[in-house]
Each structure stands twice: as structure tokens, then as C-alpha cells.
Design a protein around this ligand. Structure first.
Ligand code: YH5
Length: 274
């Protein structure tokens, strides 16, 4: 899953159309690099950030979604708001990637109204503006698994089939270094929830804490994290550096070490090791 941010470029004086055109070009570049899914987002969710007004989010995202749905790959939209969920699904988007796991008012109903849309439900403690202030868990893996199980149950009650859902531990969202590392090491426990896992490690602060690298120098740490996440059962990796990740996964998969049940690398393992 390749990341397409549609947030304002403070160095551009071309206004919104320049940001839009840049995002569309970037989407095409990620596809050429081998992305299987495009993930388009108009809300910056970095620690400390505030959500933009809904009209602004919609004006950023919708034109890029309209363009992306013509490119022939599944289009995911990073959003929590019912207005945006409805608009992008009406425009042909395939997946809603919600860091708030459809807890925002009206979001569940908006997602349920499109019976073929895929949904990524992510765990976050708190909100981006404050989530890194003092995150606390009894047992981070048990707490995250419990939350995801509960959100999946709520979705099913709203008429959303379990087959539409992918789950995400939400690395970096209301978690300390120790919480993130505990979740990572025990990521495989989350596969017991019975749905595919998505892992988003790309360029995140934990990788900076592990390596001492600033955000602009985290490609190699991000690729390593993506491979480890796949080895620990992730079926989807959300990344900025698509070409490098695709190369690394080709080599990784050729070694037949295995990953998530149903992945190509496991098929290989089954053929060679009956
Ligand atoms: C995710 O994990 N993450 S947005 C801070 C950074 C770098 C990157 C330099 N949306 C996820 O990518 N959706 C985001 O510091 C997501 N899973 C899903 N499903 C945050 C992000 C980032 C933040």
C-alpha cells in the first residue's frame, strides 16, 4: 500500500491545484513502482496535529480520488468522517482506512451503506493532538487486541461482513517506544483475531528512536520494519518507499521464510516442505 499525502505543501505557491496535481503524479509514480493499493489521505495525523475542517479535507481528497480510481488499482482513503467516507465511496474508492476505527459520529453507518467497500480498522489511544503525552496500557497487546475485537463486533452489528475488514495495531498512535516494540514482537498474536493485518511502520518515530535517524533518512529502517512485519503475519504494509519495499519483499519472499497464512511465501513453503 503506497502512501499519497494530499496535505498542503508550504513551499508551493500554486495553491490547492498544485498540491492536487503533485498528489496525482505521485500516485502514478507509486503504481509504476509496484504498489498494489493507493492510500490517499488529506488529514495529517502526526503526533500533535489537529484535523482540518471537513470541507478542507474533502476538497483535498476528492479530486485526487476521482483521478486515482481511473488507474486500475484499489484506492484506499485515510479518513474518519462520514461526509468524506460517503463522498469517496460514491466516487468509486474501494477501501476506507480509518485510524479511528469508525468511532466518529456517523462513520459506521456511512461505511455500512456501501456493502462492497473494504475497511481498515486501526487502534489508536486518544487523538493525534495529544496521543503521545502519556500513553498507558495494562498489557498493550491484550488491550489492542481487545479494542480491535470490539470494533469488529460493532461493525458486524451494523451489518458489515467480517470479510470486509482488515485490522491494524496502529504503530506510533498513542504508544511509547516500549509499547510499540512489545506490539511488534507479539504482532503474530493479533492474527488470532482472524482477519488480515495491516502494518504501518514507514518513517515513524520509533524507527528514529531505534536508529538515531531523522525522518528523511529512514528508508532502510522502514524497509526492515516492513519485512519484519510481513514475517510476523502482516498481509499489507503501508509505505512511502514503494520501489525499495517491493524489491525487498521480492527477495524476502524468495527465501520461503513464510509470513501470513495464505501469502505467496507460505504457498512456496508448502510446495517445498510438505
Ligand atoms: C498506520 O500505521 N499511519 S499516518 C509520523 C511520521 C511518519 C509517518 C515522521 N495512517 C497509519 O504515516 N493508517 C498513518 O513521522 C495510517 N496505519 C493505518 N492504517 C502516520 C504516518 C507517519 C507519522
Amino acid at each position: 500500500m503506497g502512501i499519497v499525502n494530499v496535505t498542503p505543501d508550504s513551499f508551493s505557491d500554486g495553491g490547492r491545484h498544485a498540491d492536487e496535481a503533485a498528489a496525482c503524479l505521485h500516485a502514478e509514480r507509486l503504481l509504476a513502482q509496484g504498489a498494489d493499493i493507493l492510500d490517499i489521505g488529506g488529514e495529517s495525523t502526526r503526533p500533535g496535529s489537529q484535523p482540518p475542517p471537513v470541507e478542507v479535507e474533502l476538497a483535498r481528497v476528492l479530486p485526487v480520488v476521482r483521478q486515482a480510481v481511473t488507474l486500475g488499482v484499489p484506492v484506499s482513503v485515510d479518513t474518519s468522517r462520514h461526509e468524506v467516507i460517503r463522498a469517496v465511496l460514491d466516487a468509486g474508492a474501494d477501501i476506507i482506512n480509518d485510524i479511528r476505527a469508525l468511532q466518529s459520529p456517523g462513520a459506521l453507518a456511512a461505511a455500512a451503506a456501501h456493502p462492497r467497500a473494504g475497511l481498515c480498522l486501526m487502534h489508536m489511544q486518544g487523538e493525534p493532538a495529544t496521543m503521545q503525552i502519556s500513553p498507558h496500557y495494562d498489557d498493550v497487546v491484550v488491550d489492542v487486541a481487545g479494542f480491535l475485537a470490539q470494533r469488529m463486533a460493532v461493525a458486524e452489528t451494523a451489518g458489515i461482513a467480517a470479510e470486509r475488514i482488515v485490522l491494524d495495531p496502529g504503530y506510533g498512535f498513542g504508544k511509547t517506544l516500549d509499547h510499540n516494540l512489545m506490539l511488534f514482537r507479539r504482532q503474530r498474536e493479533l492474527t488470532a483475531l482472524g482477519r488480515p493485518l495491516l502494518a504501518g511502520w514507514s518513517r515513524k518515530g520509533t524507527l528514529g528512536q531505534l536508529t538515531g535517524r531523522p525522518a528523511g533518512e529512514r528508508m532502510v529502517p522502514s524497509v526492515a520494519a516492513a519485512l519484519a512485519a510481513v514475517a510476523l503475519g502482516a498481509r499489507v504494509v503501508r509505505v512511502h518507499d514503494v520501489a525499495d519495499t517491493v524489491d525487498a519483499l521480492k527477495v524476502w519472499n524468495s527465501a520461503g521464510l513464510g509470513g501470513a497464512p495464505g501469502c505467496d511465501n507460505n504457498e512456496t513453503q508448502r510446495r517445498t516442505d510438505p
